[in-house]
Ligand binder design. Structure first.
Ligand SMILES: CC(C)(COP(=O)(O)OP(=O)(O)OC[C@H]1O[C@@H](n2cnc3c(N)ncnc32)[C@H](O)[C@@H]1OP(=O)(O)O)[C@@H](O)C(=O)NCCC(=O)NCCS
Length: 411
């Protein structure tokens, strides 16, 4: 029977679509929970499904999100998530068909870029996505973490209701000032604070929530964490695992880490697995080796759909003009585009007929577009081809940003 790729249309299909996601993500014990998850996906027109007869054998969703660009303009992002194909139907082109349908509709809708977090590295490059930000998980020695200066902010333990009242608004303030950050929907906060949970299950008690306030009492930091209890040779040797950790600036972020490491009994604090690859607070440590990065990974992958709109939405570090030839076998972004930036940092990108200064594949465009990876780097790898000598270095200067982009939350 031919596979049909289309939106989920009915509530019954939606429930089965959720079950298929749970099977695909190897968490079958979550099945039967579709009704509760329905508000997370209000627009069934953005849910993609592959049907083999009545059976749902593939899932994908396009979340309406925003991405903060260098220069802090926010643009709409086609946030791709819940990508699964049934084990009975893998490697038969089911994902390829759902992705083509989803990206075509995103482009028609006017989204200039799509984004996702990849479960496995090799999946998405072929669809034109390139990794644009990196992440790492930091483990610190709680007994020996000392900072070079006093840190601002007053810490306060709060209950889950207060956490839900404060954390989303803080996160939105943070992402407004952070290139690479994307929307975090309220339901994820409700889930993480224990408000949105499977029917009949009691409120979770294992997690603590803490806020950091500035002198005026404004919330400037938030962290949620849990303990792992261990006693070694009659001495406490506990570990803290922090999950959502959000702060308005690196000093308040350092304050959150200090708070966590100040707990008696705790010898080790493990941060979220999507922290900055190169966090600024580490430079405040008396001994930077007390913080060790593990699990460094590519994080936000971007797929440019409309280069003119996308590249016109960011600012540039230097006035220049370059013509880019973008190679894209799916066709969405293919063509020659001139980027012209002014001394004030503004820039415009338009399709053009001029001879190109350099050529690059669309996945590389996604990787360099927020300033996280330099065009010169890909030129050295011969993934960017230069027609005008020095063009890759000039593009690197134009695209460079004062800090690396960072996408702090998974979706
Ligand atoms: C990843 C997944 C969605 C791929 O679905 P699929 O229908 O098998 O993918 P397709 O058949 O359309 O694959 C297209 C191409 O990508 C390749 N590919 C797909 N998934 C891959 C993977 N995990 N690793 C390496 N290559 C992969 C295929 O080999 C195929 O290559 P080809 O065109 O050269 O033959 C599916 O295997 C799955 O559900 N995995 C578990 C859940 C998961 O990881 N989801 C992604 C969450 S971000």
């Amino acid at each position: 029977m031919p596979i049909e790729v289309r939106n989920v249309r009915t509530e019954d299909e939606f429930d089965r679509w959720c079950d298929a996601i749970d099977v695909g993500f190897q968490a079958p014990y979550n099945r039967g929970d579709g009704r509760r998850r329905r508000p997370r996906y209000p627009d069934l027109g953005r849910t993609w499904s592959a049907f083999d007869g009545d059976d749902i054998v593939g899932t994908l969703v396009s979340l309406p999100m925003e991405l903060t660009m260098p220069g802090l303009r926010r643009i709409s992002l086609d946030g791709i998530s819940a990508v699964t194909v049934a084990p009975t139907h893998r490697r038969q082109g089911v994902l390829s068909r759902m992705m083509a349908a989803g990206l075509t509709e995103a482009k028609e809708r006017g989204d200039a870029v799509a984004g996702l977090v990849a479960a496995e590295y090799p999946i998405y490059g072929r669809f034109g996505f390139g990794p644009a930000t990196e992440a790492a998980q930091w483990t610190v020695d709680a007994r020996n973490l000392r900072f070079r200066r006093d840190l601002p902010g007053r810490m306060e333990l709060v209950d889950a209701d207060t956490a839900l009242a404060e954390a989303p608004a803080l996160y939105d303030r943070v992402r407004a000032g952070l290139p690479g950050a994307v929307t975090r929907e309220r339901w994820r906060w409700a889930r993480d604070t224990g408000h949105d949970r499977p029917e009949g299950s009691p409120p979770p008690k294992d997690k603590l929530h803490a806020l950091c306030r500035d002198e005026a009492g404004q919330v400037v930091g938030y962290v949620e964490y849990r303990f792992t209890e261990r006693w070694t040779n009659q001495r406490p040797n506990n570990s803290i695992q922090a999950s959502n950790l959000v702060a308005l600036n690196p000093l308040y972020e350092a304050r959150l880490w200090k708070f966590l490491t100040d707990h008696d009994w705790v010898t080790e604090v493990v941060g979220p697995d999507q922290d900055r690859f190169d966090p600024l607070w580490r430079d405040l440590l008396v001994d930077r080796r007390m913080a060790v990065a593990g699990d460094a990974w590519d994080f936000l992958w971007l797929r440019v759909l409309d280069p003119a709109a996308y590249l016109s939405a960011r600012t540039y570090a230097k006035a220049d003009r370059l013509v880019l030839r973008i190679e894209d076998k799916s066709g969405f972004a293919r063509g020659d585009y001139a980027i012209e930036s002014g001394a004030d940092g503004s820039g415009e990108c338009v399709p053009c007929q001029d001879a190109p200064d350099l050529a690059l594949p669309v996945d590389v465009l996604g990787s360099i577009s927020l300033g996280g990876y330099s065009p010169s780097r890909y030129r050295a790898l011969e993934l960017v081809e230069e027609y005008t000598p020095g063009a890759a270095d000039r593009l690197t200067t134009m695209f460079s940003t004062s800090l690396a982009p960072h996408s702090p939350m998974i979706f």
